[in-house]
Design a binder for this molecule. Sequence first.
Ligand code: GDP
Length: 861
Amino acid sequence: MNDPNQTKNLILATGLSFLVILVWFWLFPPPEQAPSPEPGSLASETAAAAVAAPEPGEPGAVTAEEVSGTLTPAPRIAIDTPSLTGSLSLRGARLDDLALKGYRVTLDNPELVRLLTPAGSPYPYYVVHGWSAGEGLAADAVPGPDTVWTLAEGAPPPEAGAAADPDAGAALPPTPAALGGDPLQGAEIVATLTPSSPVTLTWENGRGLRFTRVISVDDEFMFTITERVENMTGEAVTLSPYGFIAREGREDSYANFILHEGVVRMSDGTLQEIDYPDLPDLPAAEDGSRQEVIEVAQDGWIGFTDKYWMTTLIPEPGSAFRSVARYIPQTGTLQTLARRPAETIAPGAAVEYRTLVFAGAKEWETIRNYQNVLGIDRFLDSIDWGWFWFLTKPMFWLLHHLHQMIGNMGWAIIALTLVIKALVLPLAWKSYSSMARMRELQPQMEALREKVGDDRMALQQGIMKLYRDNKVNPASGCLPILVQIPIFFALYKVIFVTIELRHAPWILWIRDLSAPDPTSILNLFGLLPWGTPEVGSFFHIFSIGVLPICLGISMWLQQKLNPVPPDPTQRMIFAWMPWIFMFMLGTFASGLVLYWIANNLITFVQQYLIMRSHGAKPDIFGNIRAGWRRNRPDAANTPAPPQTQVTLPFPLAPDPDPEAAETGRRLFAGPVTFLKGVTALEALPPPDRTEICFAGRSNVGKSSLINALTGRKGLARASGTPGRTQEINYFALGDRHYLVDLPGYGFAEAPKAVVERWQRLLRAYLAGRPSLRRAFVLIDARHGIKPVDAEILALLDRSAVAFQTVLTKADKIGPAARERVLEQVREALQRHPAACPELVVTSSERGEGIATLRAIIAHLD
Ligand code: GDP
């Protein structure tokens, strides 16, 4: 990375590859899960698989009878907590009907989000607990997924009138007609499970084994299932309890490329995520299923996670279990299973197991509390932090607290972006500085290239030496940029996954930051009397809202800080990028778009300030105009005007060799006398000597330069007040030269009439003094060539007076600014045929360039 151009290319490449990924996913969305079979056929196949698949005692899925409706529905226990509503079935004590009270399906649809649904519904998703019989024990001697338990203890069911509760009603959506009946309908409710009233279920096998299951729930999303078995058989028995979560199909696609959705499990500190579409690729097991088994020694959990919701089995922290992720191809059923090791229970003894079941929303704070209070190992990792977890975790923390402080998610996102950008400011600063330093070395690099020609080795070594001598680390320019890329993606990810964004309003029409901007340019943001195009229709692509348009503009504006790239391909890419991004990101969540806009605007301000502080003044309007000019097809195709075709280099005048320097020194060390001040052409001395003059705007430092050249402090009057030098002042230098100090042009604090008079004089002098050998035009190094200078230069062109450009007060600017001003001067001089080919940079204060100027003057005759 030894070239600033490469850094630019790197940024460009990163932007482009991101764009390519977006376009790819936009045009070719990832394959969706194979469509779920019709509910009817699914039911019978599921049942078949349940019979065919499991190893001895392994849980199946659903019985044929139950699904086909031949079984009378088992009694149910209502679930009613501050966060949850639903019911569980006494058949297998299945948790298969659960809705989240705090979350609605959409802003306009008051229906609650349904997490768990029973077998027989379109997309079954449920949690089952059972026992496996060990050696010597018949399979029916233990309760399985279909065993109907007996209610032993529990609060009475809600009053009949309670069903009118709007929330409870909303939890049970109308039954799809295709099913021919709601699997929940007609079930008798026998008790209610609430945080203050757990339920106790029992089952006895009639042969001396007595099973008890206590189910309790807290105010949020955690169930606790305590299983107990008492052995009254008179013999030792071996058995093991298990729990599994099963799901078949899902309403929307299973695939997402930004976010993990699928199995998530922790096994003794190792996190594993298996995307839904990857489950069928797991190794084949003997029973025909695909599965991956992990033996957990003491701490772990396993479950399914979606973007915002999750269901997880958590065997009591500290206990060993077998963790299985499985796919059953015959039915498309996905399973996550936690099975405790088989245990032998002595006659008369009893054992007890505790398992936690998380079923709810992935609220960061709730999950963190469970991790800390219940000791669930790394439970927060169930949130998809991504590769950059070390960035996303703290950012998430910050966003959460900003949200709590500010009270509005939209502003919190902007605040977060602001904080992060402030943190990386030193990096951006450093990156810009080192790029500026590299730019300063550009002329030396060019010189080196010319010197070594095709010798790549020599070039390489020369460049390395150049860097070493100037203490430039070529990597430091792009490293900070590389570091900022993960930060950018991490922020993006945080905003994408956080549930706090869901249905969170910002201002005005943004009522849900997790949904795309609802406005559309196609109906002029609601001004025209038609709706927005359907999602998925062709016109939907063009139906961008106000926020995405702001995004495009902010991105375009950001580009305008830099000059239009000269390379046509680069130019075209840059010109299109903001608008392509605008369309690509138009359908993204408005919270994300808001973040991009905030990021672009902050970056814009940041870069502007950094550039200013480095002495560069970004010419935003000029760049915008240049962009338009260059984008016009005729402008792009017509050849450039002739004067820019041949570019003159205008190098710096080289340091004089010792002999020339000595001649110069001697000339100026000799006698210098003030001859006269001239206010009218008639008063000029006869043109009998080699005459050189100094011209420049008022206050450019002309008097100071003459004093420095002659080594006499008070010779020319130097002052801070512009316009004091109002006469053409003649100095006799030795006996062959006149030095002429011309009145400053441009701004002056003299009366208007006076100013006009001496400006006329000045022009007349420049236009017609035959003995004038060379004019030195002084340009303030801080400002470069201004229009008023260019006027004088044009006059010199017309009068055929050769002029040499001298930059003054060079000590007042840094090296980067110096290089930029030189660039501007060189560019401006291209249009002036009378310009001498070499430039001189001076500082009267520090003596820079004085010896060079003396030598040049001494060699004019
Ligand atoms: P004139 O009006 O063009 O003759 O400008 P002067 O020579 O009177 O200078 C104008 C101001 O710029 C004075 O305050 C000088 O001290 C200052 N000045 C001139 N040359 C230099 C220079 O090389 N370095 C710095 N730092 N200041 C300078």
